[in-house]
Design a protein around this ligand. Structure first.
Ligand code: SF4
Length: 453
């Protein structure tokens, strides 16, 4: 926890009633005034020549990030992990989305085909594209080094898992791969630290329980280890224990700045025969603070669910996802195509566009500037009014593109019909469905009314 001004004051000469108290050498009239500024981070500790080493150390410790941030991969293909500063998303925001990695064994006879499948997988959701970010290469035959080289050439960030520190050393020397994560689970900590120091790589600290993890993390640091990710290897078989342990780790890292838990966390999921259970475990570990999740194989259903969940978690809760407020031409609209209006909340926009795209005819979509709010929220906050809709229509230049004046509004805001008519007297306001999912049904009976005069 950050020291308060009063706590700092108590450790300064003024608080300890020493002879240097309030000497003004720091430029402040009292030690209390200096302490208050220091607590806000507005001045340097060096300004007070009488500050004790213990207070300096405490303040230095405060500057350390709650969780280390690392990049791993190759210069052309890197991902970032860690660097989180809060326990809960609503406190601020989470920074680096959880990396989804997939296992690949060096002995796999379909190694290249599987790699291709992993590489080619991507999904687009609410304007963002997601793909598999990393591969966990498992050393289980003589071709390991060759496979490391193959993956390094493809610029995909890798985790190298092996039981041989010699093989890992050889692989790092031969391939020049400079920033992988090294998982030597079966080796003792001093061997792991030697590899970490020699190649300046990130290594895993593996443990079967919270207590063991704490002990090993402490030992790692005492041995001079620097970059690490923590791995709890068995607790996923007991989801309740896993949630408890992961929450404890995160709390200790964020709230207490416990240096034993300042490292990012990696979780290995082992699939069972029950897909729902596997998806549940992977989702729990994503919600409960895993910075990397390693899946045993490429399972598109689970991976798609994970990216969907991740997108919800790793957006800034204070900034709603929004799209640009303007006129969108969806498909190839003509002079008689329907005209819809809705807000610039990204989820609303993509839901409407997805429905319209499934039609064989195009449409115009007028997006209002409504601070990224959904239709009902925007209406209740006066961010979707007749005036705002009229302004969007007038700015769109639609009248030169179409030969009708029908404007289809979401059913939820039918109360705005008269208000819109006042602002746009030449337009005919049509009440559409409440939900985007009902647009196709609505359009089956809808026909634009051509201008007669
Ligand atoms: Fe107090 Fe140090 Fe400032 Fe002197 S220099 S007033 S001892 S804080």
């Amino acid at each position: 926890m950050a020291l308060t001004g009063l706590q700092i004051f108590k450790m300064l000469p003024g608080g300890k009633k020493e002879k240097e108290a309030n000497c003004k050498k720091c430029g402040f009239p009292t030690c209390m005034a200096f302490a208050m500024k220091l607590a806000k981070g507005e001045i340097s500790v060096d300004e007070c020549p009488y500050m004790s080493y213990s207070l300096k150390n405490l303040l230095d410790e405060q500057k350390r990030p709650a969780q280390y941030e690392y990049a791993y991969g190759t210069p052309k293909g890197q991902v970032k992990i860690g660097g989180e500063t809060v326990l809960f998303r609503h406190e601020k925001t989470f920074h680096n989305p959880t990396i989804i990695a997939v296992n690949l064994k060096s002995s796999d006879e379909y190694f290249r085909q599987k790699f291709k499948k992993i590489r080619n997988y991507n999904i687009e959701r609410v304007g963002e594209t997601f793909g598999i970010n990393s591969i966990n290469l498992i050393d289980d035959d003589e071709s390991f080094i060759e496979k490391v080289k193959f993956l390094a050439d493809k610029n995909i960030p890798v985790i190298l898992s092996s039981s041989s520190s010699k093989r890992i050393s050889d692989a790092l020397k031969v391939t020049g791969l400079n920033k992988p994560i090294i998982n030597l689970a079966s080796k003792n900590l001093s061997t792991i630290v030697k590899i970490q120091q020699k190649f300046d790589v990130i290594v895993t600290i593996n443990a079967k329980s919270f207590e063991e993890l704490k002990k090993k993390s402490k030992e790692f640091k005492a041995l001079g280890g620097k970059k690490a990710v923590l791995m709890l290897t068995t607790s996923l078989s007991k989801p309740f224990e896993f949630v408890k342990d992961m929450t404890k780790i995160r709390q200790l890292a964020m709230r207490d700045k416990d240096e034993n838990f300042a490292y990012p966390i990696m979780t290995q999921i082992n699939f069972s025969f029950d897909k729902y259970y596997d998806a549940l475990l992977a989702s729990i570990s994503l919600c409960k603070y895993s910075n990397i999740i390693v899946l045993p194989e490429m399972d598109e259903a689970i991976i798609t669910a994970l990216f969907t969940l991740s997108q919800g978690l790793y957006t800034d809760p204070q900034k709603p996802l929004q799209v640009e407020a303007k006129l969108y031409e969806v498909g190839e609209p003509d002079e008689y195509s329907p005209v819809f209006v809705t807000t610039n909340f990204a989820l609303t926009y993509f839901a409407v566009v997805t429905e319209i795209e499934s039609l064989d005819k195009g449409a115009y979509l007028v997006i209002t500037d409504s601070d990224g709010m959904s239709v009902l929220t925007a209406w209740s906050a006066s961010k979707l009014t007749g005036e705002i809709i009229a302004k969007a229509i007038k700015n769109s230049d639609l009248e030169s593109k179409i030969k009708h004046r029908d404007l289809i509004i979401p059913g939820f805001i039918d109360v705005l019909k008269d208000e819109i008519n006042l602002e746009l007297p030449d337009w005919n306001v049509v009440i559409g469905p409440n939900e985007a999912a009902d647009l196709l049904k609505f359009l089956k009976t809808y026909k634009a009314t051509e201008i007669t005069s």
